[in-house]
Write a protein that binds this ligand. Structure first.
Ligand SMILES: Cc1cc2nc3c(=O)[nH]c(=O)nc-3n(C[C@H](O)[C@H](O)[C@H](O)COP(=O)(O)O)c2cc1C
Length: 346
């Protein structure tokens, strides 16, 4: 039977994996710890999604130095850029960090060689099948954490020997599947025995506790970290997230097989029109080329792609990464205490 971890995760000053009972407050401060903390050697069960264009050394350092896991987003960047980001990160922190490899990138094979050569400790994979590469990663002693949108793929990844999986619901920013985080996470948790990280629609301590209640051992946040002080995203993109409400995002690209969630703007309107008119995948690719950089980094909020999750509507302030992480954790801890108080005699 699955036991929700919420009662077992407030370990007293300990980072050990073994679930522990909550002790009375007088015995010392309790801290939120899960199997993900132990697996990656991090303080908080929070991972920064390895976002293309935004998962650069600036954000990664801020996240890792604040006790969560920073992840470099290799996106479709050239291998030398990825190598440089890894070296810059290593030079400036001894904390754990990872690299997200987009397997659909034309440089994916070379980037795999770069992460192996540079001795990266943690690899996250998205947008493609990592199975053929897992034995090499494991032989090199790396921790491997693919991102999956379904139970079927989660089971396949476990069989292939990965260490953890990020289960991403369709609320997420970027490429999305078809199932919500709420529905997908508990189904994956029931189907695998490796640690599960919930992603999609999480931006505060309430989301963290919800994920833990569903059986996840941690969370991955993208949109929340994109709207942090340290993130290199253009201020106009961050401002659009601050102005977003619950229905501000839209999914384009259903016809290409690579649906993508972003903030609605002139670009998404035109793209959807093209899809409706029967444009081919090649035509759509040509139309969308370079738009992510244009929107996220250059701040063209009309013609650029503004990847964002549905949770954008909850984000009302650009904050330092450390504040985001500390507030998320302290809010989660307070909620867990409050939830325990809901139980009464008879
Ligand atoms: C701007 C942006 C870029 C992203 N780029 C990538 C990427 O390159 N690779 C990837 O695996 N996920 C990418 N994602 C997804 C995030 O890593 C993360 O899983 C997702 O944002 C979680 O959902 P949330 O936005 O609701 O927090 C991106 C998300 C955003 C918002």
């Amino acid at each position: 039977m699955f036991v929700p971890p919420a009662a077992a995760i407030l370990a007293e000053g300990s980072s050990r994996l073994r679930p522990r009972r909550r002790r009375p407050a007088r015995e010392g401060k309790t801290v939120l710890k899960t199997a993900i903390c132990d697996l990656f050697g991090i303080e908080h069960p929070i991972i920064q999604g390895g976002m293309a264009h935004l998962g650069t050394v600036e954000l990664v350092l801020a996240v890792s130095n604040a006790g969560a896991l920073g992840v470099i987003g290799a996106g479709h960047y050239e291998p030398d850029w990825v190598r440089e980001q890894i070296r810059l990160t290593k030079q400036q922190t001894s904390k754990p960090f990872g690299v997200n490899i987009q397997l659909a990138s034309p440089f994916a094979m070379e980037i795999i060689e770069v992460v192996l050569e540079e001795g990266v400790a943690i690899v996250a994979t998205g947008a493609g099948n990592p199975v053929p590469h897992i034995p090499r990663f494991k032989q090199a002693g790396m921790k491997v954490m693919p991102i999956v949108p379904s139970v079927r793929l989660a089971k396949r990844m476990e069989e292939a020997g990965v260490d953890a999986i990020v289960v991403e619901g369709m609320e997420s920013g970027g490429h999305v599947g078809e199932t919500t985080t709420m529905a997908l996470v508990p189904q994956v948790v029931n189907s695998v025995s490796i640690p599960v990280v919930a992603a999609g629609g999480i931006a505060d301590g309430r989301g963290l506790v919800a994920a833990l209640a569903l059986g996840a051992e941690g969370i991955q946040m993208g949109t929340r970290f994109a709207c942090s002080e340290e993130c290199v995203a253009h201020p106009r993109y961050k401002q659009k997230i601050l102005e977003a409400h619950d229905r501000s995002t839209v999914v384009t690209g259903h016809t290409t097989g690579f649906p993508l969630r972003s903030l609605q703007n002139s670009l998404t309107e035109q793209y959807l029109e093209l899809e409706k008119a029967g444009a081919t995948s090649e035509e759509l690719d040509m139309f969308a080329r370079g738009r992510m950089y244009l929107g996220l980094v250059e701040g063209d909020t009309d013609d650029g792609s503004l990847l964002s999750g549905q949770i954008a509507g909850l984000i009302k302030e650009i904050k330092p990464v450390r504040a985001i992480i500390e507030e998320t954790v302290s809010e989660a801890e307070a909620i867990i205490e409050n939830l325990a108080g809901l139980r009464r005699q008879g």
